[in-house]
Design a protein around this ligand. Structure first.
Ligand SMILES: Cc1ncc(COP(=O)(O)O)c(C=O)c1O
Length: 383
């Protein structure tokens, strides 16, 4: 086996979850998904597709009607894109891997803004690239970009700048000005930007709006790849469907790569994706409103606990916080599960920069679960 594969770290979130899975008394907030099931119209579309016999291979880049619908969905929120810039993928994580396979090889340099969902930095490492981590910096519980440090790290040698915003786990989001500055800089250095924007719709600052996207500032032929997923905004984590927006010149190559990875996304899943896009405005605004209620239930209660440092995120589905005196996040998360039935993700899972922090996914159907969870945390802190 290649050493880099043998050396891949096991998921620390799984390590905590394994200690509590199957226990009925545990309130689990460790994974990044809602406990709401996919909307019925979406599930019905998949059932109808299977009944109709959609059990065959399909186009590498996705059903033309789905690529067209995605282009329409993206164009309704950002400057217009044609379906010639869309590739359908078998999940967001598959979209990220395809982008990496297309852009980086052994010895290439990738710069990543961290802490971040660990898959983003593991993928270029698997491909033999070196990953330089540029940390966000915590200030009063919120995480901020050090723009001069990031631009200093991205040079002519940097193949890819990896940015995930709204960010998992910190909730940090890029401003429009920061996006423009990064784009200008990467134009000068010839660096690709891979922007993971899977949380763009989960944005609480303005009703109906989405988080700032690189698509809003970039030209169609800029070296920009935007990664998207059906998982988060459409309650479809288990379906494994996503997409990429890229310059049109990259799409044929992506089609070839998809052939060698998955060949295509399952047709009945793509039909479910079509239904999700067609129905999106009937259920996504309600989902966002419910998530906002969850955020506004959890955050003030968390912030009121003595010793807890936390900031209210504008986007995403996570509260990221630290407790004074608890510097070993994995040990603390395991103790919370074992002794108090509270399941959280340890900050260390997202990189050494986040050691001492904990991530709480607040996407709960019943906000009362969050209140109970805070009570358990308070008990653990013996308050
Ligand atoms: C930042 C980020 N990107 C991508 C994904 C991938 O989502 P999926 O593979 O379910 O589409 C996730 C999932 O947690 C994520 O947090």
């Amino acid at each position: 086996m290649r050493q880099v594969i043998a050396d891949l770290p096991a998921s620390k979130i799984r390590e905590v979850a394994n200690a509590g899975m199957g226990r009925q008394d545990v309130l689990a907030f460790w994974f990044g998904e809602s406990d709401e099931v996919t909307p019925e119209a979406v599930r019905e579309a998949a059932v109808a597709s299977i009944r109709a016999g959609d059990t065959f291979y399909a186009q590498n880049l996705g059903l033309p009607e789905l690529r067209d619908a995605i282009a329409g969905y993206v164009s309704a929120r950002h400057p217009p894109v044609g379906m010639d810039r869309i590739a359908v993928t078998s999940s967001g994580v598959n979209a990220l891997m395809l982008a990496m396979q297309a852009l980086v090889g052994p010895g290439d340099e990738v710069v990543a803004v961290v802490p971040v969902w660990p898959n983003l930095t593991a993928q270029p490492a698997i491909l033999g690239a070196t990953v330089t981590r540029v940390p966000l910096r915590p200030k009063d519980g919120a995480w901020m970009l050090d723009l001069p440090a990031l631009t200093a790290a991205v040079t002519e040698r940097t193949r890819v700048l990896l940015v995930n915003a709204p960010n998992n786990p910190t909730g940090w989001t890029l401003t429009r000005g920061e996006q423009q500055a990064l784009l200008d800089h990467c134009r000068r250095t010839g660096t690709w930007i891979v922007a993971d924007e899977v949380y763009e719709r989960l944005w609480f600052r303005a009703e109906g709006a989405c988080a700032p996207s690189f698509l809003d500032v970039a030209a169609p032929d800029d070296r920009l790849v935007v990664v998207h997923s059906f998982s988060k905004s459409f309650l479809m984590t288990g379906w494994r469907l996503g997409w990429l927006v890229t310059p049109a010149s990259l799409v044929d190559a992506l089609g070839k790569l998809i052939e060698f990875n998955t060949s295509c996304a399952p047709v009945f899943v793509q039909r479910a994706g079509l239904a999700a896009l067609a129905e999106a405005e009937t259920f996504v605004p309600g989902l966002i409103a419910r998530l906002k209620t969850c955020r506004d239930t959890l955050l003030p209660r968390l912030a009121a606990l003595p010793g807890v440092q936390v900031a209210t995120p504008d986007g995403g589905m996570y509260a990221f916080f630290r407790v004074a005196g608890q510097d070993d996040s994995l040990a603390f998360a395991k103790r919370l599960v074992a002794d108090h039935g509270l399941g959280l993700a340890p900050g260390a899972a997202f990189g050494a920069e986040a050691e001492g922090w904990l991530r709480w996914c607040f996407a709960a159907r019943d906000p009362q679960r969050l209140v109970l969870g805070v009570d358990r945390l308070a008990a653990a802190l013996r308050l």
